[in-house]
Design a protein around this ligand. Structure first.
Ligand code: SF4
Length: 236
């Protein structure tokens, strides 16, 4: 076990023993590892909404139009927008999905795996040219496609700051620090388990520290116990 990753290894062992990841909890996960275009669409739909609405919108998109580049490109943006409306921000999301379908068809013969084969930097350059696809969405796609990336969502940000794994407030600063905590092979698992912890225990307004498996490791919990001040939020 490398010293550098000892804390990350320990945190993951504790979380693996306390939390489980079930079907129906992560749309990108259920969208299908091995089908990167579906993962990308699921992640775009999941922006600024909860998992329940993401599943509803994705299911509807699958039934009404189909989640594959040719069908999405031949269908107008407005139709996509209507179908995914339950997820909110549907105009922006529909345009991003439509543009992603166009990019994959026009430059990669309809196969997103061909883009992924060109490597992380090329994926970033290509997808970041589409409005509505940012760092987090690209990182989720990369992580679920086998790249050693730890995407930072609102839960990961809050929990990792409370745990003292990062002091940064910026997306890339937090990601850089977490990459120094969690070894490459476990970054996707770390992403999922930190989100689970954030959703169920380390909640934004009222963290349930007494039920937290990381209680003894967490500087924010001891601060809370000693001084009875609210747990620091970390600038969300
Ligand atoms: S001990 Fe409290 S603040 Fe620390 S990670 Fe657990 S729930 Fe969050």
């Amino acid at each position: 076990m490398s010293e550098k990753f000892a804390i990350g290894d320990e945190i993951l062992e504790i979380l693996k023993g306390s939390l489980s990841i079930r079907a129906g909890e992560f749309a990108a996960l259920d969208a299908g590892v091995g089908d990167p275009f579906r993962v990308l669409v699921a992640t775009i739909i999941s922006q600024n909404t909860n998992e329940r609405n993401t599943y509803l919108a994705l299911d509807r998109l699958e039934r009404v139009i189909g989640v594959d580049p040719p069908r999405l490109l031949s269908t107008g943006v407005e139709a996509i927008e209507k179908v995914i409306a339950v997820s909110g921000l549907q105009g922006q999301k529909a345009r991003a999905i439509h543009e992603a379908a166009r990019l994959v068809i026009e430059r990669y013969n309809g196969d997103m795996k061909k883009l992924l084969e060109l490597g992380e930097e090329k994926v970033r350059v290509e997808l970041s040219s589409i409005r509505g696809i940012g760092d987090k969405t690209i990182d989720v796609l990369l992580a679920f496609s086998g790249f050693p990336v730890l995407p930072v969502d609102t839960h990961v940000k809050r929990v990792s700051r409370r745990l003292g794994l990062t002091n940064s407030s910026s997306y890339n600063g937090i990601k850089r620090d977490l990459h120094n905590v969690f070894r490459k092979e476990v970054r996707l698992l770390a992403h999922l388990l930190l989100i689970k912890l954030g959703r169920e225990i380390c909640k934004a307004r009222a963290p349930l520290c007494s039920r937290c498996p990381l209680l003894s490791k967490c500087p924010s919990a001891s601060l809370e116990q000693k001084t009875n001040v609210p747990t620091r939020e970390g600038g969300e």
